[in-house]
Design a protein around this ligand. Structure first.
Ligand SMILES: Cc1cc2nc3c(=O)[nH]c(=O)nc-3n(C[C@H](O)[C@H](O)[C@H](O)COP(=O)(O)O)c2cc1C
Length: 295
C-alpha cells in the first residue's frame, strides 16, 4: 500500500505505552541522539538540548510525578528542552549581543526546533523497531525538572519522550483524513454537522456510560464555565440520552474546560524565572540604528 518503508513507518506509527524489559543497544541510542541533532533547525541555530535519562529511579520518579508508571518502564526517557543558553554562551564568547530570551521570534522558532528534533527521534525509534510516547504532562512539573536536571537559565523543558522495545504492538488510532485537515489554497469553512460526524466516526462512535461520578464532574465543569442553568439543562438531556459522547468526555472529563486555563500566570512566572521574558516589551538602549538590516 505504501511505496516504501519510510512512508509505511510514518503512516502506521502509534504511541507505545507498553514497554518490554529489553534494554536498548548502545549503538541504537547513539543513532537516536544523532538523528535528533540532524533535525532541521531555524537558521541552523539548534537551540535544543536533550536530557538523556537512563537511571531507573529517576525514570520511576518521573512516572510518579506524571501519574503514568509506564514512563519508568521505558529504558530511556528524553527530556527535550528549548535551549537559548548554549547560543548565549557562544555569542558572549564570540563577542556579539544576543537577546533571545527577550524575543518572541527566537522563542517561537526554538519551540518548533525542539519538537522537530523530538519527532525525528520518534521516527528513528520506529525505524529501529523501538516505540515511543510523548509525555506532555511533564509541563506540570517544570520547576522540578529544573532542580532534578540542573537546567540553567534560558533552558526550559518542553516535552518528555519515552522510548523502548514494545511488549505488545499498540493499535493504530484513527485520524482525521486530509479531507478534514487540509485546506486547498485557503481555509475552508466546515459544516458543523458533517464535521461532528467525522469526529464521532474517528472516535468509533463511542458512547461513554454514565455514572454518578462522571455526571457530577461533567456538571461541575459545565457550571464553572457556562453557569448552573446551562449545566442543569445539559445534564438533563444527557441523562435522557443515556451516554456521554467522546468530545464531551475529552473536554468535560479529561482536559477539563474549567481547569485548563488555570495557572497561566504560573507558567509565565516559570518562563520569566528561566530568563524567557518576551511577553514584556523590550527596547534596546539605542535603537536609532535599527535600520541596518542583516549582512
Ligand atoms: C505533545 C504531546 C503530548 C502527549 N502527552 C501524552 C501523555 O502525557 N501521556 C500519554 O500517554 N500520551 C501522550 N501523548 C500521546 C497522544 O496521546 C497520542 O499521540 C494520541 O493519542 C494519538 O495516538 P497515536 O500517537 O498512537 O497516533 C502526547 C502526544 C503529544 C504529541
Amino acid at each position: 500500500m505504501f511505496p516504501n518503508e519510510t512512508l509505511r513507518l510514518l503512516n502506521e506509527r502509534s504511541s507505545l505505552r507498553n514497554f518490554s524489559d529489553q534494554e536498548i543497544e548502545p549503538e541504537k541510542i547513539e543513532l537516536l541522539m544523532q538523528t535528533a541533532c540532524n533535525a532541521p533547525s531555524g537558521g541552523n541555530n539548534q537551540p535544543v538540548s536533550i536530557i538523556k535519562i537512563t537511571n531507573r529511579e529517576v525514570r520511576e520518579k518521573l512516572g510518579e510525578l506524571c501519574w503514568q508508571p509506564f514512563i519508568g518502564k521505558a529504558p530511556i526517557n528524553l527530556l527535550f528542552c528549548l535551549d537559548l543558553h548554549r547560543n548565549q554562551m557562544i555569542a558572549d564568547y564570540g563577542e556579539v549581543p544576543y537577546t533571545a530570551g527577550h524575543a518572541f521570534r527566537h522563542f517561537w522558532i526554538s519551540f518548533q526546533d525542539t519538537l522537530i528534533a523530538a519527532q525525528n527521534v520518534c521516527t528513528a525509534a520506529d525505524a529501529l523497531g523501538l516505540g515511543s510516547c510523548y509525555i506532555g504532562t511533564i509541563m506540570e512539573h517544570f520547576e522540578t525538572c529544573v532542580q532534578m536536571f540542573a537546567l540553567p537559565k534560558l533552558v526550559v523543558p518542553v516535552v518528555l519522550v519515552v522510548i523502548g522495545y514494545p511488549a505488545s504492538t499498540p493499535g493504530i488510532r484513527k485520524k482525521f483524513t486530509p479531507e478534514v485537515m487540509v485546506h486547498e489554497e485557503r481555509y475552508q469553512s466546515y459544516d458543523p454537522e458533517q464535521l461532528y460526524a467525522r469526529y464521532t466516526e474517528r472516535e468509533n462512535d463511542k458512547h461513554i456510560e454514565l455514572n454518578d461520578n462522571n455526571l457530577q464532574v461533567f456538571h461541575d465543569v459545565c457550571q464553572a464555565v457556562k453557569g448552573k442553568e446551562y449545566a442543569d439543562e445539559l445534564i438533563e438531556r444527557i441523562k435522557q440520552r443515556g451516554w456521554l459522547s467522546p468530545i464531551q468526555r475529552l473536554f468535560g472529563l479529561h482536559y477539563h474546560a474549567a481547569t485548563m486555563p488555570l495557572g497561566n500566570s504560573k507558567f509565565i512566572a516559570f518562563l520569566k524565572k528561566q530568563g524567557i521574558d518576551w511577553f514584556d516589551e523590550w527596547k534596546m538602549l539605542d535603537d536609532s540604528v535599527l535600520d541596518l538590516g542583516e549582512e
